[in-house]
Design a binder for this molecule. Structure first.
Ligand code: ADP
Ligand code: MG
Length: 247
């Protein structure tokens, strides 16, 4: 696929006798949101771990922009443009939005969060941080401590932290989790815009958000990919309805 930014080919991963992902192949193409859905325990996080490098597949290949990255470390993959936000918030509450995003930019430069000191406002940190903040429409909150933000705004900051590293592909693991209707509507709008700049692999349980946002959907159940398709196909698929949508 010429426009595939991220390609997974035949990924297998077992934990003892449990086959957590079995022969999983999918791609993420420029300009799209590709949603990965499935019940708890389906293997979604195991798959993401193999993409980010936290887990090594038993078999199979991960390619980013045509390069085989299967053997690279987490940091090497991040440097090559694999961006992600985390399910668990990793922001420093007492620091401003801008400083949090600057820390994310510095992360790429090998600085450890524990040793970060607000010594100077180096343009090489401030500019990419401000650009990422603007893309998440948080300019008016740049100087606000993260502790004063709404839950939805925090989630926007987490995405801004991932964007600050100028990723080629973005992995979002349940970005809507815990957001009210207003917060998830806002994040949905932002992601609809963002996908044109960076394609997004979206793991999400909020099916309204998935059906609205996803250009394509892949359905994982018990380690196996049971369906791929556009929203209408997935909504109508009897296997998916039975396994996941609660028919
Ligand atoms: P999901 O993210 O879709 O909820 P996971 O990828 O977390 O699913 O888990 C898939 C399966 O693999 C589950 O049965 C889970 O218990 C198991 N599993 C995940 N990580 C490990 C691990 N490190 N060791 C053993 N089993 C694991
Ligand atoms: Mg999970």
């Amino acid at each position: 696929m010429s426009d595939a930014v991220l390609t997974l080919s035949h990924l297998h991963k077992s934990f003892g006798a449990l086959q957590a992902t079995q022969d999983i192949s999918l791609d993420l193409r420029a300009g799209e949101i590709h949603a990965l859905i499935g019940p708890n325990g389906a293997g979604k996080s195991t798959l993401i771990g193999q993409i980010t490098g936290h887990l090594t597949p038993d078999r199979g290949k991960v390619q980013l922009a045509g390069e085989n990255i299967t053997a690279l470390s987490v940091a090497q993959r991040a440097r090559r443009g694999l961006g992600r936000s985390f399910q668990v918030s990793s922001l420093a509450d007492s620091l401003s939005v801008l400083r949090n995003v600057m820390i994310a930019v510095q992360g790429l430069q090998g600085h450890s969060f524990r040793f970060w000191k607000p010594v100077h406002r180096d343009a090489s940190l401030v500019e990419p941080a401000r650009a990422a903040i603007a893309r998440m429409q948080l300019e008016s909150r740049a100087e606000t401590p993260v502790s004063e933000l709404s839950h939805g705004e925090r989630r926007q900051v987490e995405v801004a932290c991932a964007l600050a590293l100028k990723p080629r592909a973005l992995l979002l693991d349940e970005p809507m989790a815990g957001l009210g209707p207003e917060g998830s509507a806002r994040l949905t709008e932002l992601l609809e815009e963002l996908k044109h700049e960076v394609p997004i692999l979206l793991i999400e349980h909020d099916m309204d958000a998935v059906f609205r946002l996803a250009d394509r959907i892949s359905v994982l159940v018990a380690g196996q990919m049971i369906a791929h398709g556009v929203s209408d196909e997935i909504r109508a698929n009897p296997l998916v309805r039975e396994a996941y949508l609660g028919d």
